[in-house]
Design a protein around this ligand. Structure first.
Ligand SMILES: C[S@@+](CC[C@H](N)C(=O)[O-])C[C@H]1O[C@@H](n2cnc3c(N)ncnc32)[C@H](O)[C@@H]1O
Length: 267
């Protein structure tokens, strides 16, 4: 078995971002499956977080379970965060990212885009980014009903900018996390409508391999022309030449496909 895929299914190092009252992190730690090393963080300063109901108890519980807790961690600047310096994670989890009550789709899209760019700096190569969004925000057909693209957070496009691809979408069931109570932005203790929420799992896209090319040659009335063709397309060119030999058109237009170099004429 590929050891990197095992690490992802049974993550050792989990980073939680944008926790509200730390109830999700506490639930994850208590569930204990695989005993991951949990680093739980929130955006606010400690004093602000401690005003949230249950936050102090959750933080204490996290520390008793050996988790690290950090405050004032900006999910868009993870590479610069001193508390995370030198660490790489198997899973990065951000539940219900949101810029604030009045923020529209554009600001939230921008938060996602910067968050993904920043994740790329602290995620292991085989790692996963889990982003849970309210129904409709993600902008995929998994949302029921699916929102118009321009009105969604365009999660897949925001992730793509940082080289991540959507690998899986799962329904998010908050009730599975014992004691989890979602919170609104800042110290608004108010919970929000999370029915139909979806967890979007992103992984790094594979680097594009440069196209292999094969050398090709075609005969013309006044000599021959040699050029390179991507290996994947070589059989199509072969078909073309068969037609040519059978009395079809004498020469294809100059190939414009990427990876095909300009024709070289031989005398
Ligand atoms: C709707 S609340 C969700 C809170 C919590 N994750 C939960 O599930 O209850 C949105 C959270 O995103 C956080 N947030 C907004 N901008 C952030 C940023 N740049 N970095 C980290 N967290 C951020 C807010 O502080 C807030 O806690």
């Amino acid at each position: 078995m590929d050891p990197s895929s095992a690490a992802v299914r049974d993550p050792r190092d989990v980073l939680l971002l944008g926790e509200g009252n730390f109830s999700f992190a506490a639930a994850l730690c208590q569930a204990g499956g695989g005993s991951p090393r949990v680093t739980a963080t929130c955006y606010q300063a400690e004093e602000a977080v401690l005003q949230q109901e249950g936050a102090e108890e959750n933080i204490q519980l996290l520390r008793e379970h050996g988790a690290e807790v950090h405050f004032a961690v900006d999910s868009t600047r993870l590479g610069e965060c001193p508390a995370l310096a030198g660490q790489l994670f198997d899973h990065i989890i951000f539940n219900f990212p949101h810029c604030g009550r009045k923020a529209g789709v554009k600001r939230n899209r921008s938060l996602l885009a910067k968050f993904f760019l920043s994740c790329a700096q602290v995620l292991k190569d085989s790692g996963e980014v889990h982003v849970t969004l309210c129904n409709g925000q993600g902008g995929t057909p998994a949302d029921q009903p699916m929102r118009e693209w321009h009105n969604s957070w365009q999660a897949v496009a925001m992730a793509a900018e940082a080289g991540f691809i959507l690998s899986e979408i799962r329904p998010f069931d908050g009730a599975k996390y014992h004691g989890y109570r979602s919170t609104g932005y800042r110290s608004q203790d108010k919970t929000f409508h999370a029915e139909g929420a979806l967890t979007h799992v992103f992984t790094r896209s594979l680097p594009c391999a440069p196209p292999e090319s094969v050398q090709a040659e075609a005969r013309l009335a006044r000599g021959s022309v040699g050029f390179e063709v991507p290996e994947e397309l070589s059989h199509s060119f072969g078909r073309y030449w068969s037609r040519e030999r059978a009395g079809g058109p004498s020469w294809p237009p100059t190939p414009t496909l990427r990876g095909v170099s300009a024709p070289r004429f031989r005398k």
